[in-house]
Design a protein around this ligand. Structure first.
Ligand SMILES: *Cc1c(COP(=O)(O)O)cnc(C)c1O
Length: 385
């Protein structure tokens, strides 16, 4: 059976070989510690689980939901955005329920990109920005995130002809995988750039609530003019440890929201209302729930930054996300280093190049294991040859 060309254009899955090694190691009895996946190990708060349990029993929730999402959920999103970022949104026209933010990000180009239109996306980054573009026959153009610029794109370095052909620009702060953060001034520059070149900005704010040391990440929508040029993707996945539940939302420019909604109206039938009701409960929880979660991750961050630094690794201390983005300690290609670590210690770290070519030279460590497991990982890494 032959695949369509667009499937063949999807870049190879660089973690495939590592996944194979993990499976065979586990089979042969090795106690593998995965610091590879960005999937919280901490359970969803019980208030949310109980809310789903009740909502699942209501027969009104057993039927098709509305494609744009329950107004009750969209209202709760708008209130949350107002309380958290002081951003005013009309829940009817400026908020859209998503089956996780990944779904919305993947569908954006289908609404706005014609063949040969360009989509700019930050690299290294979440693979969906590039793949969503390929699936819509658009041309993905990476904008490098480099340490010299604190992992922010240098907008002035984007070639004018490319900027003119661009319809969408994907950005993500706090950033996966680099753990970089930005301040509002950067978002203002993005708005000017987008206005000048008529580009839709898609800001992925999946980690907006995962932060430490008192740092609070800004929303793209907080800056003047942002609502004219873009939308922001929010997710309950990382904020409330709900990756398996599949719910998020898009917020921002009503025409962009309507375009994305048009695609969704025709390809999916929305999110189970029981989950939307539980998500309303989540958004209404006191901030202390999120703070408690962040304290757990902050302690893990401190443990790993200190422990790895003692091994001589150069580990920056991130203000946000549950990732450490670390220059490859021995300077070898990131895939080789990750393989060596797995072979010698049974610890999984992610090679940076798996997030795009500008991720080469780094590895990513996810803090999604208990302190006890992280200590065990440190003990093993100490013995690395
Ligand atoms: C985890 C993650 C998401 C997505 O999540 P959903 O579970 O689909 O809401 C989006 N962007 C980035 C950068 C992520 O790491």
């Amino acid at each position: 059976m032959e695949y369509a060309d667009r499937i063949n254009r999807i870049p190879p899955y660089l973690f495939a070989e590592i996944d194979k090694t993990i499976t065979s190691k586990r089979k042969s009895g090795v106690d593998v510690i995965s610091l590879g996946i960005g999937d919280p190990d901490i359970p969803t708060p019980k208030e949310i689980v109980e809310s789903l349990s009740l909502a699942s029993q209501k027969t009104v929730n057993h039927r098709y939901p509305s494609y744009e999402g329950m107004i009750g959920f969209r209202d709760a999103c708008a209130v949350w955005m107002k309380n958290r970022f002081n951003v005013e949104l009309n829940p009817e026209s400026e908020v859209l329920t998503l089956i996780g933010s990944k779904e919305g990000i993947a569908h954006m180009p289908l609404a706005f990109v014609n063949p040969s239109d360009v989509v700019l996306y930050s690299n290294p980054g979440y693979p969906v920005y590039e793949v969503g573009t390929i699936l819509a026959d658009g041309i993905p153009v990476p904008i490098p995130l480099e340490i010299e610029n604190d992992f922010k794109p240098d907008l002035s370095a984007i070639d004018i002809k490319t900027a003119r052909k661009a319809r969408i620009m994907h950005l993500n702060y706090p950033n996966n995988p680099t753990a970089a953060t930005v301040e509002k001034e950067f978002f203002s520059e993005v708005v000017s750039f987008a206005k000048e070149h008529d580009i839709i900005v898609c800001h992925d704010a999946a980690y907006s609530e995962v932060s430490f040391d008192g740092y609070k990440a800004p929303s793209f929508l907080e800056v003047d003019g942002a609502l004219d040029v873009g939308i922001e993707f929010h997710s309950l996945s990382k904020t409330f440890n709900m990756t398996g539940w599949r719910i998020g939302f898009a917020a921002g420019n009503p025409e962009v929201i309507a375009g994305l909604g048009k695609v969704k109206q025709n390809v999916d039938s929305g999110v189970f209302q029981g989950i939307q009701e539980a998500a309303i409960t989540a958004l209404n929880l006191p901030a202390t729930i999120i703070e408690k979660n962040n304290r757990i991750i902050q302690a893990r961050r401190n443990l790993m930054v200190d422990g790895l630094s003692r091994l001589g690794w150069k580990v920056p201390k991130p203000k946000a996300t549950f990732y450490l983005w670390i220059p490859v300690p021995d300077g070898s290609p990131s895939i080789d280093f990750a393989k060596k670590v797995l072979d010698e210690t049974g610890v999984v770290v992610t090679p940076g190049v798996g997030f795009g070519k500008y991720g080469e030279g780094y590895i990513r460590i996810a803090l999604t294991q208990s302190e006890q497991r992280l200590k065990e990982a440190l003990d093993r890494l100490e013995k690395l040859e």
